[in-house]
Design a protein around this ligand. Sequence first.
Ligand code: NDP
Ligand code: 2IT
Length: 444
Amino acid sequence: MSYVDEVIAKVKAKNAAEPEFIQAVEEVLETIRVVIEADEDNYRKQAFLERITEPERIIQFRVPWVDDNGQVQVNRGYRVQFNSAIGPYKGGLRLHPSVYLGIIKFLGFEQIFKNSLTGLPIGGGKGGSDFDPKGKSDNEVMRFCQSFMTELYKYIGKDEDVPAGDIGVGAREIGYLYGQYKRITGLYEGVLTGKGLSYGGSLARTQATGYGLLYLTEELLKINGKDIAGKTVVVSGAGNVATYAIEKAWQLGAKPVTCSDSTGWIYDPDGIDVATLQDVKEVRRARLTEYAKARPNSVYHEGKGVFTTKCDIALPCATQNELQLEDAKALVANGCFAVCEGANMPTTLEATKYLQDNGVIFAPGKAANAGGVATSALEMSQNSERLSWTFEEVDAKLKQIMVNITHNIDDAAKRYGMEGNYVAGANIAGFEKVANAMKAQGIV
Ligand code: NDP
Ligand code: 2IT
């Protein structure tokens, strides 16, 4: 049996109850097979793939907090410090009821290669909790965040591990987490990114993931002789990534016509109005039915369905495995020619294969959504030098990073005879730097 197949089998056996983690590992190992097989005996002897698929450290903890009725609630907190070969652990915190260890491990594993692709010195990590912020008061969210940080602070630090936002963690949560870290440790340091602008945050971090997604999409289309201007874009999600993807799509001359949340989705024939979306989701924290009320030409549908809308480009920006085989078939049948992932692993393996087999330009999340973490690393740089850069400066750096990633993944795919396979290109380019650093640092 080949070494890659041996390790895939081992990972499946050891992590049988974690399908999302297995999915992420399988996708990476299948596409770096060409690299491994060129030096297979050495990689096997070094147990290289066993090491890269095993987190350096997993921290799991109890998070007790008191709700507004005086009832004690208990959630489970996690931080997976996956790989520190190229820098301190870096990656978001997710608060969602679906969170369990397998979700955090898949996200942490993806983060290793994503962070490598940014070209910046950041290792891979991820954390979160099964706490559901929906319907909680500000005080409940604060008490949860304080309790979460009261345990987490022991394991993080500006040169050690730097968490940030993800699903369910935005400016409000980062503020509460930062306040508690500072209170316990007495340190005013860049231990979290995505901070508010008045206490060490970076301009353009809020917009960075969505904007970066569009910078990469624009460049990838250029490489393929296409132009984003005038194209119809379907977006899923209605959170941080989706909102700023929609805003930048407009700025590049495209027309975004959908968004979605966990209960339904919107089709707006006039294009999604960013100010209305922000008011509904960022300010009122309401459902998308409120968007439809504010925009009478738009239509609200219950449940799933964004990807059945006719479009040129699809940008899944909500959550893992939201774009399934039947969605991929609908996209292809409707003439969609590019899918770029704003979310982490939103496309199932079989849907990805279907899109690629049908000639759709497909950019995986670890490349396409890397603008968020890249800008987090720029926030860390600003914190270290105790300076803040202008919006234009950060945005220009973000754009350059996304353009570089686009060409690096294109080149890596070509180098290994897989031109146009950006999944392979991203995994190989991300892997090479980490592998190099791991080899140099010995068996650790
Ligand atoms: P937000 O919490 O801001 O928004 C998430 C959106 O997706 C919401 O509209 C939410 O619906 C919807 N959603 C979440 N879970 C589900 C689900 N299980 N089923 C259906 N809809 C769901 O998160 P972000 O925008 O930050 O994150 C979106 C994706 O992008 C995630 O995959 C995240 O890992 C990834 N990402 C985020 C980055 C960042 O900088 N924030 C960076 C790189 C990737 P509702 O409004 O009902 O809650
Ligand atoms: O998935 C991701 O890259 C993020 N949620 C952002 C991580 C970060 O550290 O900014």
